[in-house]
Ligand binder design. Structure first.
Ligand SMILES: Cc1cc2nc3c(=O)[nH]c(=O)nc-3n(C[C@H](O)[C@H](O)[C@H](O)COP(=O)(O)OP(=O)(O)OC[C@H]3O[C@@H](n4cnc5c(N)ncnc54)[C@H](O)[C@@H]3O)c2cc1C
Length: 431
Protein backbone atom coordinates (compact mmCIF):
# COMPACT_ATOMS: atom_id res chain seq x y z
CA UNK A 1 0.00 0.00 0.00
CA UNK A 2 1.56 3.27 -1.17
CA UNK A 3 0.18 6.23 0.75
CA UNK A 4 0.34 9.95 -0.04
CA UNK A 5 -0.28 12.53 2.67
CA UNK A 6 -0.83 16.19 1.85
CA UNK A 7 0.26 18.53 4.68
CA UNK A 8 2.48 17.86 7.68
CA UNK A 9 0.41 19.17 10.58
CA UNK A 10 -1.40 17.72 13.59
CA UNK A 11 -3.67 15.42 11.67
CA UNK A 12 -0.99 13.88 9.47
CA UNK A 13 1.13 13.27 12.58
CA UNK A 14 -1.77 11.32 14.15
CA UNK A 15 -2.18 9.41 10.91
CA UNK A 16 1.50 8.53 10.50
CA UNK A 17 1.86 7.61 14.17
CA UNK A 18 -0.81 4.92 13.75
CA UNK A 19 -0.02 3.70 10.22
CA UNK A 20 3.80 3.74 10.25
CA UNK A 21 4.14 0.14 11.45
CA UNK A 22 2.23 -1.34 8.54
CA UNK A 23 2.65 1.01 5.57
CA UNK A 24 5.62 0.13 3.35
CA UNK A 25 5.76 3.51 1.58
CA UNK A 26 4.51 6.88 2.78
CA UNK A 27 5.06 10.20 0.99
CA UNK A 28 4.36 13.47 2.79
CA UNK A 29 3.90 16.62 0.68
CA UNK A 30 4.26 19.88 2.58
CA UNK A 31 4.04 23.35 1.09
CA UNK A 32 6.47 24.94 3.60
CA UNK A 33 10.00 25.12 2.35
CA UNK A 34 11.48 23.03 5.18
CA UNK A 35 10.66 21.74 8.66
CA UNK A 36 11.81 24.99 10.26
CA UNK A 37 9.29 27.08 8.34
CA UNK A 38 6.60 24.44 8.73
CA UNK A 39 4.49 23.74 11.77
CA UNK A 40 1.22 22.64 13.23
CA UNK A 41 -0.96 25.46 11.86
CA UNK A 42 2.01 27.78 11.50
CA UNK A 43 4.51 28.56 14.21
CA UNK A 44 1.88 30.55 16.03
CA UNK A 45 -0.27 27.65 17.27
CA UNK A 46 -0.27 28.07 21.00
CA UNK A 47 0.41 24.50 22.02
CA UNK A 48 -2.53 24.21 24.35
CA UNK A 49 -3.70 20.64 24.27
CA UNK A 50 -7.21 19.85 25.45
CA UNK A 51 -8.83 16.65 26.55
CA UNK A 52 -12.55 17.22 26.32
CA UNK A 53 -15.77 15.86 24.97
CA UNK A 54 -17.21 19.36 24.57
CA UNK A 55 -14.65 21.18 22.45
CA UNK A 56 -12.22 20.60 19.61
CA UNK A 57 -14.60 19.32 16.97
CA UNK A 58 -17.70 17.29 16.31
CA UNK A 59 -16.14 13.83 16.52
CA UNK A 60 -16.96 11.36 19.25
CA UNK A 61 -13.46 10.80 20.64
CA UNK A 62 -12.46 8.52 23.41
CA UNK A 63 -10.91 10.51 26.29
CA UNK A 64 -8.22 7.85 26.68
CA UNK A 65 -7.07 8.29 23.08
CA UNK A 66 -7.01 12.08 23.56
CA UNK A 67 -4.85 11.76 26.69
CA UNK A 68 -2.55 9.29 24.95
CA UNK A 69 -1.96 11.83 22.17
CA UNK A 70 -1.30 14.60 24.71
CA UNK A 71 1.34 12.36 26.32
CA UNK A 72 2.80 11.67 22.89
CA UNK A 73 3.30 15.40 22.21
CA UNK A 74 4.70 16.07 25.68
CA UNK A 75 7.14 13.18 25.25
CA UNK A 76 8.55 15.00 22.19
CA UNK A 77 9.48 18.20 24.08
CA UNK A 78 13.07 18.63 25.23
CA UNK A 79 12.33 19.53 28.83
CA UNK A 80 8.95 17.79 29.28
CA UNK A 81 7.76 21.08 30.76
CA UNK A 82 4.05 22.01 30.65
CA UNK A 83 1.28 23.77 32.55
CA UNK A 84 -1.83 21.80 33.31
CA UNK A 85 -5.22 22.07 34.97
CA UNK A 86 -8.94 21.53 34.53
CA UNK A 87 -11.57 24.11 33.73
CA UNK A 88 -14.57 24.45 36.01
CA UNK A 89 -13.47 21.70 38.32
CA UNK A 90 -14.51 23.83 41.30
CA UNK A 91 -18.30 23.81 41.64
CA UNK A 92 -18.15 27.36 42.99
CA UNK A 93 -16.88 28.73 39.65
CA UNK A 94 -19.15 26.54 37.61
CA UNK A 95 -22.20 27.72 39.55
CA UNK A 96 -21.21 31.39 39.41
CA UNK A 97 -21.11 31.37 35.59
CA UNK A 98 -24.10 29.10 35.23
CA UNK A 99 -26.24 31.38 37.40
CA UNK A 100 -25.65 34.29 35.01
CA UNK A 101 -26.70 32.35 31.95
CA UNK A 102 -23.29 31.08 30.78
CA UNK A 103 -22.67 27.50 29.82
CA UNK A 104 -19.27 26.51 31.27
CA UNK A 105 -17.23 24.19 29.02
CA UNK A 106 -15.45 21.44 30.92
CA UNK A 107 -11.98 20.27 29.81
CA UNK A 108 -8.49 19.29 31.00
CA UNK A 109 -5.71 21.26 29.41
CA UNK A 110 -1.95 20.82 28.99
CA UNK A 111 -0.07 23.90 27.83
CA UNK A 112 3.25 23.19 26.17
CA UNK A 113 3.64 26.64 24.55
CA UNK A 114 4.52 28.00 21.13
CA UNK A 115 8.23 27.80 21.88
CA UNK A 116 8.18 24.09 22.76
CA UNK A 117 5.76 23.27 19.94
CA UNK A 118 8.55 23.99 17.46
CA UNK A 119 10.79 21.44 19.21
CA UNK A 120 7.98 18.90 19.18
CA UNK A 121 7.54 19.18 15.44
CA UNK A 122 11.28 19.03 14.80
CA UNK A 123 11.70 15.93 16.99
CA UNK A 124 8.79 14.16 15.32
CA UNK A 125 10.20 15.07 11.93
CA UNK A 126 13.66 13.73 12.85
CA UNK A 127 12.13 10.43 13.95
CA UNK A 128 9.96 10.06 10.84
CA UNK A 129 12.67 11.07 8.39
CA UNK A 130 14.96 8.36 9.75
CA UNK A 131 12.27 5.78 8.90
CA UNK A 132 13.13 4.41 5.42
CA UNK A 133 9.41 4.03 4.57
CA UNK A 134 8.68 7.73 5.07
CA UNK A 135 9.62 10.29 2.39
CA UNK A 136 9.22 14.04 2.81
CA UNK A 137 8.58 16.42 -0.08
CA UNK A 138 8.95 19.94 1.28
CA UNK A 139 8.33 23.05 -0.77
CA UNK A 140 5.59 21.17 -2.58
CA UNK A 141 2.23 22.94 -2.42
CA UNK A 142 -0.07 20.35 -3.95
CA UNK A 143 -2.20 21.92 -6.68
CA UNK A 144 -4.26 19.12 -8.05
CA UNK A 145 -5.68 15.69 -7.34
CA UNK A 146 -7.13 13.29 -9.89
CA UNK A 147 -8.53 9.77 -9.64
CA UNK A 148 -7.46 7.33 -12.32
CA UNK A 149 -7.90 3.56 -12.39
CA UNK A 150 -8.07 3.02 -8.61
CA UNK A 151 -5.14 5.35 -8.01
CA UNK A 152 -5.08 8.88 -6.67
CA UNK A 153 -2.74 11.08 -8.67
CA UNK A 154 -1.10 14.08 -7.06
CA UNK A 155 -0.11 16.90 -9.41
CA UNK A 156 -0.27 14.60 -12.46
CA UNK A 157 2.93 12.93 -11.32
CA UNK A 158 2.70 10.86 -8.14
CA UNK A 159 0.32 7.87 -8.03
CA UNK A 160 -0.92 6.41 -4.71
CA UNK A 161 -3.23 3.66 -3.50
CA UNK A 162 -4.60 5.99 -0.82
CA UNK A 163 -4.27 9.74 -0.30
CA UNK A 164 -4.95 11.64 2.90
CA UNK A 165 -5.69 15.33 2.50
CA UNK A 166 -4.72 16.96 5.80
CA UNK A 167 -4.00 20.52 4.74
CA UNK A 168 -5.70 22.26 7.69
CA UNK A 169 -7.47 25.53 7.13
CA UNK A 170 -4.53 27.11 5.32
CA UNK A 171 -5.03 24.58 2.54
CA UNK A 172 -8.51 25.79 1.65
CA UNK A 173 -7.53 26.54 -1.96
CA UNK A 174 -6.71 22.90 -2.62
CA UNK A 175 -9.86 21.74 -0.83
CA UNK A 176 -11.91 24.22 -2.86
CA UNK A 177 -10.54 22.71 -6.08
CA UNK A 178 -11.37 19.19 -4.89
CA UNK A 179 -14.91 20.04 -3.81
CA UNK A 180 -15.57 21.92 -7.03
CA UNK A 181 -14.69 18.73 -8.85
CA UNK A 182 -16.45 16.39 -6.40
CA UNK A 183 -19.28 18.48 -4.83
CA UNK A 184 -20.90 15.30 -3.48
CA UNK A 185 -18.35 15.19 -0.62
CA UNK A 186 -19.84 18.29 1.08
CA UNK A 187 -22.31 17.48 3.84
CA UNK A 188 -22.67 20.90 5.50
CA UNK A 189 -21.37 24.42 4.92
CA UNK A 190 -23.35 27.11 6.64
CA UNK A 191 -21.39 28.24 9.71
CA UNK A 192 -18.79 30.90 10.46
CA UNK A 193 -17.53 32.43 13.74
CA UNK A 194 -16.89 36.17 13.68
CA UNK A 195 -15.75 38.33 16.52
CA UNK A 196 -12.98 40.13 18.29
CA UNK A 197 -9.88 39.51 20.40
CA UNK A 198 -10.19 41.09 23.84
CA UNK A 199 -7.15 42.17 25.84
CA UNK A 200 -6.95 43.33 29.44
CA UNK A 201 -4.50 43.43 32.34
CA UNK A 202 -3.73 40.06 33.92
CA UNK A 203 -4.79 41.16 37.38
CA UNK A 204 -8.46 41.50 36.39
CA UNK A 205 -8.68 37.80 35.55
CA UNK A 206 -5.86 36.57 37.82
CA UNK A 207 -8.10 34.38 40.02
CA UNK A 208 -9.75 32.81 37.03
CA UNK A 209 -6.43 32.25 35.23
CA UNK A 210 -4.98 30.66 38.30
CA UNK A 211 -8.00 28.46 38.80
CA UNK A 212 -8.31 27.14 35.26
CA UNK A 213 -5.91 28.82 32.79
CA UNK A 214 -8.39 28.38 29.95
CA UNK A 215 -11.86 29.57 30.76
CA UNK A 216 -14.33 28.67 28.10
CA UNK A 217 -17.98 29.61 28.30
CA UNK A 218 -20.84 29.80 25.84
CA UNK A 219 -23.71 32.24 26.10
CA UNK A 220 -26.97 32.66 24.21
CA UNK A 221 -27.08 36.44 23.72
CA UNK A 222 -30.28 38.46 23.55
CA UNK A 223 -29.80 38.74 19.76
CA UNK A 224 -30.29 34.99 19.53
CA UNK A 225 -26.68 34.36 18.49
CA UNK A 226 -24.48 32.01 20.47
CA UNK A 227 -21.33 33.76 21.73
CA UNK A 228 -18.30 32.04 23.22
CA UNK A 229 -14.86 32.72 24.59
CA UNK A 230 -12.03 31.02 22.80
CA UNK A 231 -8.27 30.66 23.22
CA UNK A 232 -7.57 32.42 26.52
CA UNK A 233 -3.92 33.46 26.86
CA UNK A 234 -2.85 34.53 30.35
CA UNK A 235 0.25 36.78 30.19
CA UNK A 236 0.03 36.28 26.43
CA UNK A 237 0.43 38.18 23.19
CA UNK A 238 -1.94 39.29 20.47
CA UNK A 239 -0.70 38.41 16.99
CA UNK A 240 -1.91 38.84 13.44
CA UNK A 241 -2.66 35.88 11.25
CA UNK A 242 -2.03 36.20 7.53
CA UNK A 243 -4.30 34.45 5.08
CA UNK A 244 -3.76 34.64 1.33
CA UNK A 245 -5.62 37.93 0.87
CA UNK A 246 -6.55 39.21 4.32
CA UNK A 247 -5.27 39.53 7.86
CA UNK A 248 -7.03 38.56 11.07
CA UNK A 249 -6.14 38.75 14.72
CA UNK A 250 -5.26 35.90 17.06
CA UNK A 251 -3.52 35.29 20.36
CA UNK A 252 -0.92 33.02 21.86
CA UNK A 253 1.23 32.60 24.94
CA UNK A 254 4.65 31.21 25.59
CA UNK A 255 6.03 29.06 28.36
CA UNK A 256 9.16 31.15 28.88
CA UNK A 257 8.31 34.73 27.88
CA UNK A 258 5.33 36.46 29.53
CA UNK A 259 3.46 39.77 29.08
CA UNK A 260 1.27 41.54 31.67
CA UNK A 261 -1.94 41.12 29.68
CA UNK A 262 -4.45 38.35 29.14
CA UNK A 263 -6.19 38.01 25.78
CA UNK A 264 -9.05 35.83 24.56
CA UNK A 265 -11.43 35.76 21.61
CA UNK A 266 -15.12 36.56 21.87
CA UNK A 267 -16.77 34.88 18.92
CA UNK A 268 -20.30 34.94 17.57
CA UNK A 269 -21.44 31.87 15.69
CA UNK A 270 -23.41 32.70 12.59
CA UNK A 271 -25.33 29.91 10.95
CA UNK A 272 -27.13 31.05 7.84
CA UNK A 273 -29.72 29.23 5.79
CA UNK A 274 -30.45 28.68 2.09
CA UNK A 275 -29.34 29.90 -0.41
CA UNK A 276 -26.23 30.72 1.65
CA UNK A 277 -23.42 28.29 0.97
CA UNK A 278 -20.20 30.25 1.31
CA UNK A 279 -19.22 30.83 4.97
CA UNK A 280 -15.57 31.27 4.04
CA UNK A 281 -16.52 33.93 1.48
CA UNK A 282 -18.73 35.72 4.04
CA UNK A 283 -16.06 35.70 6.78
CA UNK A 284 -13.33 36.72 4.33
CA UNK A 285 -15.32 39.71 3.04
CA UNK A 286 -15.84 41.06 6.54
CA UNK A 287 -12.17 40.49 7.33
CA UNK A 288 -11.17 42.29 4.11
CA UNK A 289 -13.48 45.18 4.93
CA UNK A 290 -11.77 45.53 8.31
CA UNK A 291 -8.37 45.47 6.58
CA UNK A 292 -9.51 48.16 4.10
CA UNK A 293 -10.32 50.42 7.06
CA UNK A 294 -7.10 49.57 8.87
CA UNK A 295 -4.81 49.83 5.87
CA UNK A 296 -3.28 46.85 4.14
CA UNK A 297 -2.04 44.02 6.40
CA UNK A 298 -3.33 45.68 9.58
CA UNK A 299 -6.15 45.02 12.02
CA UNK A 300 -8.36 47.49 13.89
CA UNK A 301 -7.81 48.28 17.57
CA UNK A 302 -10.40 50.09 19.68
CA UNK A 303 -11.08 50.67 23.36
CA UNK A 304 -14.09 48.85 24.75
CA UNK A 305 -15.89 52.16 25.54
CA UNK A 306 -15.47 53.34 21.92
CA UNK A 307 -16.47 49.92 20.61
CA UNK A 308 -19.75 50.24 22.55
CA UNK A 309 -20.47 53.78 21.43
CA UNK A 310 -19.22 53.33 17.87
CA UNK A 311 -16.59 56.06 18.01
CA UNK A 312 -13.16 55.88 16.47
CA UNK A 313 -10.49 55.42 19.14
CA UNK A 314 -7.86 58.14 19.09
CA UNK A 315 -5.97 57.43 22.33
CA UNK A 316 -5.41 54.50 24.62
CA UNK A 317 -5.39 54.84 28.40
CA UNK A 318 -4.05 52.31 30.91
CA UNK A 319 -4.03 49.10 28.89
CA UNK A 320 -1.16 48.89 26.41
CA UNK A 321 -1.46 46.50 23.44
CA UNK A 322 0.88 43.53 23.11
CA UNK A 323 0.43 43.61 19.32
CA UNK A 324 3.26 45.69 17.80
CA UNK A 325 2.19 49.18 16.75
CA UNK A 326 2.92 48.67 13.06
CA UNK A 327 0.31 45.89 12.89
CA UNK A 328 -2.83 47.79 13.95
CA UNK A 329 -4.62 51.07 13.41
CA UNK A 330 -6.78 52.79 16.02
CA UNK A 331 -10.25 52.81 14.49
CA UNK A 332 -13.90 51.80 14.72
CA UNK A 333 -14.85 48.15 14.28
CA UNK A 334 -18.51 49.13 13.91
CA UNK A 335 -17.75 50.28 10.36
CA UNK A 336 -16.86 46.73 9.34
CA UNK A 337 -19.03 44.37 11.42
CA UNK A 338 -22.79 43.81 11.07
CA UNK A 339 -24.76 45.33 13.96
CA UNK A 340 -26.13 42.05 15.28
CA UNK A 341 -22.62 40.70 15.80
CA UNK A 342 -21.51 43.86 17.64
CA UNK A 343 -24.64 43.75 19.86
CA UNK A 344 -24.05 40.08 20.67
CA UNK A 345 -20.44 40.77 21.73
CA UNK A 346 -21.42 43.76 23.89
CA UNK A 347 -24.22 41.78 25.53
CA UNK A 348 -21.74 38.99 26.28
CA UNK A 349 -19.11 41.26 27.83
CA UNK A 350 -21.65 43.27 29.84
CA UNK A 351 -23.09 40.06 31.27
CA UNK A 352 -19.59 38.75 32.02
CA UNK A 353 -19.10 41.87 34.15
CA UNK A 354 -21.54 40.45 36.68
CA UNK A 355 -19.15 37.51 37.21
CA UNK A 356 -15.77 39.21 36.62
CA UNK A 357 -15.55 42.82 37.85
CA UNK A 358 -13.33 44.95 35.61
CA UNK A 359 -13.86 42.82 32.52
CA UNK A 360 -15.90 45.61 30.89
CA UNK A 361 -13.56 48.49 31.82
CA UNK A 362 -13.67 51.33 29.29
CA UNK A 363 -9.97 51.10 28.43
CA UNK A 364 -9.81 47.33 27.82
CA UNK A 365 -8.81 46.61 24.24
CA UNK A 366 -10.83 45.19 21.35
CA UNK A 367 -9.08 43.97 18.19
CA UNK A 368 -10.81 42.90 14.96
CA UNK A 369 -11.34 40.95 12.86
CA UNK A 370 -11.06 37.57 14.53
CA UNK A 371 -12.58 34.94 12.26
CA UNK A 372 -12.79 31.21 12.77
CA UNK A 373 -13.81 29.33 9.70
CA UNK A 374 -15.63 26.08 9.92
CA UNK A 375 -14.41 24.31 6.85
CA UNK A 376 -17.10 22.64 4.79
CA UNK A 377 -17.92 19.33 6.44
CA UNK A 378 -16.63 16.66 4.10
CA UNK A 379 -17.59 13.04 3.91
CA UNK A 380 -14.92 10.36 3.57
CA UNK A 381 -17.16 7.75 2.02
CA UNK A 382 -17.80 9.42 -1.33
CA UNK A 383 -14.49 9.23 -3.20
CA UNK A 384 -12.72 5.87 -2.99
CA UNK A 385 -9.07 6.06 -1.87
CA UNK A 386 -9.27 9.75 -0.94
CA UNK A 387 -9.69 10.86 2.69
CA UNK A 388 -9.98 14.25 4.36
CA UNK A 389 -8.55 14.44 7.84
CA UNK A 390 -8.22 17.19 10.47
CA UNK A 391 -9.43 20.76 10.16
CA UNK A 392 -9.82 20.67 6.38
CA UNK A 393 -12.49 17.97 6.80
CA UNK A 394 -14.63 20.39 8.81
CA UNK A 395 -14.81 17.93 11.73
CA UNK A 396 -11.98 19.22 13.94
CA UNK A 397 -10.76 22.53 15.34
CA UNK A 398 -7.94 21.66 17.71
CA UNK A 399 -4.57 19.98 17.79
CA UNK A 400 -5.74 16.93 19.72
CA UNK A 401 -8.97 16.46 17.75
CA UNK A 402 -7.07 16.84 14.45
CA UNK A 403 -4.38 14.39 15.60
CA UNK A 404 -7.01 11.92 16.77
CA UNK A 405 -8.87 12.27 13.48
CA UNK A 406 -5.66 11.32 11.67
CA UNK A 407 -5.26 8.37 14.03
CA UNK A 408 -8.86 7.25 13.40
CA UNK A 409 -8.45 7.60 9.64
CA UNK A 410 -5.37 5.35 9.84
CA UNK A 411 -7.37 2.79 11.85
CA UNK A 412 -10.07 2.82 9.18
CA UNK A 413 -7.46 2.18 6.48
CA UNK A 414 -5.80 -0.58 8.49
CA UNK A 415 -9.16 -2.23 9.04
CA UNK A 416 -9.98 -2.01 5.35
CA UNK A 417 -6.52 -3.29 4.40
CA UNK A 418 -6.83 -6.29 6.73
CA UNK A 419 -10.30 -7.09 5.37
CA UNK A 420 -9.01 -6.92 1.80
CA UNK A 421 -6.07 -9.14 2.71
CA UNK A 422 -8.12 -11.78 4.48
CA UNK A 423 -10.56 -11.68 1.49
CA UNK A 424 -7.77 -12.31 -0.99
CA UNK A 425 -6.22 -15.02 1.26
CA UNK A 426 -9.57 -16.83 1.33
CA UNK A 427 -9.81 -16.50 -2.46
CA UNK A 428 -6.29 -17.92 -2.89
CA UNK A 429 -6.97 -20.85 -0.56
CA UNK A 430 -10.11 -21.71 -2.58
CA UNK A 431 -8.16 -21.74 -5.89
C1 LIG B 1 -2.73 30.92 15.61
C2 LIG B 1 -3.35 29.60 15.97
C3 LIG B 1 -3.25 29.13 17.27
C4 LIG B 1 -3.81 27.89 17.61
N1 LIG B 1 -3.65 27.43 18.88
C5 LIG B 1 -4.14 26.22 19.20
C6 LIG B 1 -3.97 25.67 20.50
O1 LIG B 1 -3.35 26.26 21.36
N2 LIG B 1 -4.50 24.46 20.79
C7 LIG B 1 -5.22 23.75 19.86
O2 LIG B 1 -5.68 22.65 20.20
N3 LIG B 1 -5.40 24.23 18.62
C8 LIG B 1 -4.89 25.45 18.26
N4 LIG B 1 -5.06 25.92 17.01
C9 LIG B 1 -5.78 25.08 16.03
C10 LIG B 1 -4.88 23.93 15.61
O3 LIG B 1 -3.60 24.42 15.27
C11 LIG B 1 -5.51 23.21 14.43
O4 LIG B 1 -6.82 22.82 14.80
C12 LIG B 1 -4.72 21.96 14.04
O5 LIG B 1 -3.36 22.28 13.83
C13 LIG B 1 -5.30 21.35 12.80
O6 LIG B 1 -4.47 20.32 12.35
P1 LIG B 1 -4.43 19.92 10.80
O7 LIG B 1 -3.47 18.84 10.65
O8 LIG B 1 -5.81 19.75 10.32
O9 LIG B 1 -3.86 21.24 10.07
P2 LIG B 1 -2.47 21.99 10.27
O10 LIG B 1 -1.88 21.67 11.58
O11 LIG B 1 -2.78 23.40 9.93
O12 LIG B 1 -1.52 21.37 9.16
C14 LIG B 1 -1.81 21.53 7.79
C15 LIG B 1 -0.49 21.48 7.04
O13 LIG B 1 -0.80 21.40 5.63
C16 LIG B 1 0.10 22.26 4.92
N5 LIG B 1 -0.55 22.59 3.65
C17 LIG B 1 -1.62 23.40 3.43
N6 LIG B 1 -1.96 23.39 2.12
C18 LIG B 1 -1.07 22.56 1.50
C19 LIG B 1 -0.93 22.14 0.14
N7 LIG B 1 -1.73 22.57 -0.84
N8 LIG B 1 0.09 21.30 -0.15
C20 LIG B 1 0.94 20.85 0.82
N9 LIG B 1 0.84 21.22 2.13
C21 LIG B 1 -0.18 22.06 2.46
C22 LIG B 1 0.30 23.44 5.85
O14 LIG B 1 1.50 24.13 5.54
C23 LIG B 1 0.36 22.74 7.21
O15 LIG B 1 1.66 22.36 7.56
C24 LIG B 1 -4.51 27.14 16.63
C25 LIG B 1 -4.61 27.62 15.33
C26 LIG B 1 -4.03 28.84 14.99
C27 LIG B 1 -4.14 29.33 13.56
Amino acid sequence: MKIGIIGFGASSIGFVERIKEIAPEIHIFEKSKDIFSSSISGIRADGKLFVSRDMGGDLDLDLELQKKLVDFYISKTEEKKYETGSSFQKKEYYNKFYEKGFQPVVSDFYHIGTDQLKEVLLNIYKEYSSNPAIHFHFNHPVQEIAIKANKVIIDQEFAFDQVIVSVGRSGHNLVKKIITRFPEVITDNTKVDLGIRYELPDHIVADLNQEMYEFKVRYKSRTGYMVRTFCNNPSGYVVTEHYEDFVTVNGHSKIKEKSNNTNFAVLTTIQLTQPFNDPIGYGSYIAKLSNILAGKDKVILQTYANFKSSKRTKNLYRVQPTLPENQYILGDINLAFPRRIIESIIDFIENLKSVIPGIANDDNLVYAPEVKFYSNRLCNQKIPHLYFSGDCSGHTRSIIYATAHGWQTAEELIHQYENDRSGSNKKNSRQ
